[in-house]
Design a protein around this ligand. Sequence first.
Ligand SMILES: Cc1ncc(COP(=O)(O)O)c(C=O)c1O
Length: 387
Amino acid sequence: MPALSSRSQVAAFMAMDVLREANALEAKGRRVFHLETGQPGTPAPRAALEAVRAALDRDPLGYTEALGRVPLKEAIARHYGDAYGLNIDPARVVVTTGSSSGFILSFLAVFDAGQKLVMGLPGYPAYRNTASALNLEPLLVPAGPQTGFRLPLDTLAAIEGAHGMLIASPGNPTGTILPPEDLAAIANLSDKKGWHLISDEIYHGLSYEQPAKTILSYAPDAIVVNSFSKFYSMTGWRIGWLIVPQTMVRTIERLAQNLFISPPAISQVAATAALSAQAQSELNGHVEVYRRNRDVLAAALKHGGVARTAPATGAFYIYADVSLHCRDSAELAPLLLAETGIAATPGWDFDPQNGGSWLRLSYAGAATEVAAAAEILAPWLARRSPR
Ligand SMILES: Cc1ncc(COP(=O)(O)O)c(C=O)c1O
């Protein structure tokens, strides 16, 4: 067989590999605690499910416009007024097949092959791997414990030859929210450098102290990537959105027409209803469950001898330093799964430089599951802790 492309040689998404192994174990009858992926334990909001049931009988659910249905784009634009006090023209909203296709569309729209894209480490693996598959060069800037899991502005300022920058707040795997002054400084720096600024805001709505700010309040021409997967509890519906500058809309539309034709119609029906006031109050209730889950899991890690975690102020992950418990989290995670049924993701997924010291645990699941996992996790870790 002829050789496969070199750009397809991207790293696996380890969290998804762990999910496959955990599912296989579960299929054999083993009790498994799914702390490996950011999968909410709740279904889509009731209003979304009702809207879908009604649509099945009366809506042909065929192709939609490539940029999405107008009522959904209008509802997303209104959300920017309600959540951030911003006036966004619905014409700047692009409905996508999950945020994952939003990254492909935005990378293709603004970068040529070979160009450099700055991003922080640790970070969501698909940023690097999608960029590499599109022949872009990820420029990885350490933003770990040394900088309080914030991007070091002096390092960013010294970068030459990049074409854009990708930020995420709250971040994955850290769950850390960047303070407004960092967003303002990044916007300012990016403007001075002439970079395209892309902000992944998929964990907005999931914050436990201050609500996260959108980069659009500081950089009106930034590209925002967002999704119904996390706060809206709709991962499998594969529906997300972009906010792009007016001047970029037609470019994105041409790409979207050719690459995806349209986002799924049924998911657009669900997403429109998920933005209703009724759904919002249901979804806000989930945030309180996540907060309690976070506290339970953080206490278990502490009892287990974990001395350091990233500030878990948003999203639904704890990024824990397990260097006292193992030589390498890639060895610890399979052992943890085999001995306790707890699935978690080695830090290598998020950080190809220092990932061996870290483990990411998701607390997005049901409170009973997270509590049961925490009870098993604390003594298991404590047995491995030297203290
Ligand atoms: C930071 C971040 N961005 C994007 C995604 C992809 O989400 P979607 O389901 O919208 O494609 C994820 C999924 O876990 C994520 O954690």
